[in-house]
Design a protein. Structure first.
Length: 402
């Protein structure tokens, strides 16, 4: 099974359950003493979440990757095809809506049938799904519309499928309501959602985003087989408490979706220990996840390494809108920083709670989520009580009123 459950179970728990009282605003690394635990439970130095933006020592920075002659052009050596157009995906206006952000979901949002209503009704959406089938050489639209579910859940299919659906929704909605072409203050995406966010910001072509996500999914699936691991949701503990749990057990924090909603991962043995320790510390609930690997952890280092060269040799344009990075939870405007972010986020924690906090601190009050489901809107509403969230997830909802 894919990365799906790492987001879906935890985030649905957030949307369905009562607000958590756990606080995660400080993100200070815990100062725990060595616990008295069984001898077989390794006490490890946890990579602190507050330092998640640091460059991993085993991967080169993007400024260190040589650009081969012609690497900015289409070519089979880089595994890319030519962009469909030299223009941006959206023709954004110069005026900026300071209080508005576009957000894009990650895995866990997928469902068989997503995008089918768009494909049937809107030629612009049909063009994007057909283009994805063409450049990938797989029937991605059929997998989206008909499944079977097991095939959609394979991460190499899920990742481009969600991105195509999200971008088709964005394209159709902006065609129907030109007010959406007023430049948002920020864009952000959860994990794979960072790729459609970069397309919306004009930094990445549709073709390259879909190709990179297919490659990302294949590399993550391979890493999960090479270094088996699993993940679990911990409900009701804050970040420092989860860092303590991970130090004691050998697990790692993988995603921080919302206050009190944290996903940990690692070897199966370390996660089993971590769940015992989390319950002992008062976690409201612990949920083992049926996933094929410990995504956004050090067990994905080989996948991150595999992304270095494709990301380094893919054409990026200057961003017309800042993207809030998964690893840094701050605005990124520099293309080299974007490249580093896309590599780091494969094996570093996803800082979604901090991303929402950052956007709130910048004064953003209107969030438009483009993609299947409504998971991110649910988180934002609970974290930023006065915010307005608009969910664009179907042909029925693309006629956005602002």
């Amino acid at each position: 099974m894919s990365e799906k459950a790492a987001s879906s179970i935890t985030l649905r728990e957030l949307n369905d359950g009562p607000p958590s009282q756990a606080q995660v605003s400080t993100y200070a690394p815990a100062q725990a003493s060595r616990p008295s635990s069984p001898a077989h439970a390794p006490y490890r130095d946890v990579y602190p979440v507050s330092r998640a933006a640091a460059r991993p020592p085993d991967l080169p920075g993007m400024r260190d990757i040589p650009r081969s002659r012609g690497s900015e052009d289409a070519g089979s050596e880089s595994g890319r095809v030519a962009p469909t157009s030299s223009t941006s995906f959206l023709a954004l206006r110069e005026s900026v809506q300071d209080l508005r952000a576009f957000v894009f979901p990650g895995q866990g949002a997928q469902v068989v049938g997503m995008g089918k209503d768009l494909y049937d009704e809107f030629p612009a959406a049909r063009e994007l799904f057909d283009r994805a089938d063409e450049i990938l050489g797989v029937p991605l639209s059929r997998i989206c519309f008909q499944g079977p579910e097991d095939e959609l859940q394979e991460t190499q299919n899920t990742q481009p499928a969600i991105a195509v659906t999200s971008l088709a929704l964005l394209r159709v909605a902006s065609d129907l309501n030109p007010d959406l072409l007023e430049r948002p203050a920020f864009v952000a995406g959860h994990s794979l959602g960072e790729y459609p966010a970069l397309v919306a910001a004009g930094a990445l072509s549709f073709d390259d985003a879909i190709l990179l996500l297919r490659m990302r999914g294949e590399l993550m699936a391979a890493a999960g087989k090479a270094r088996p691991g699993t993940m679990a949701a911990v409900i009701g503990l804050d970040v420092s408490e989860c860092e303590d749990v991970c130090r004691e057990s050998g697990a790692e924090i993988c995603t921080i979706n919302a206050p009190g909603q944290i996903v940990i991962g690692g070897s199966r043995e370390s996660v089993v220990r971590a769940l015992d320790y989390a319950q002992a510390r008062g976690a409201k609930k612990v949920i083992p996840l049926n996933v094929s690997g410990a995504f956004h952890s050090s067990l994905m280092s080989s996948a991150a390494e595999g992304m270095v060269n494709p990301v380094a040799t893919t054409t990026f344009n200057e961003l017309s809108v800042p993207v809030v990075g998964n690893c840094t939870a701050t605005a990124i405007n520099d293309i080299t920083d974007v490249r580093n972010e896309l590599v780091d986020q494969v094996h570093r924690p996803v800082q979604w709670a901090r991303t929402v906090e950052f956007l709130g601190e910048q004064g953003v009050g209107t969030f438009i989520e483009f993609g299947p489901g409504r998971v991110l809107s649910g988180i934002i509403k609970r974290m930023l009580r006065g915010s307005t969230c608009i969910t664009v997830n179907s042909a029925e909802s693309v006629r956005v009123e602002l």
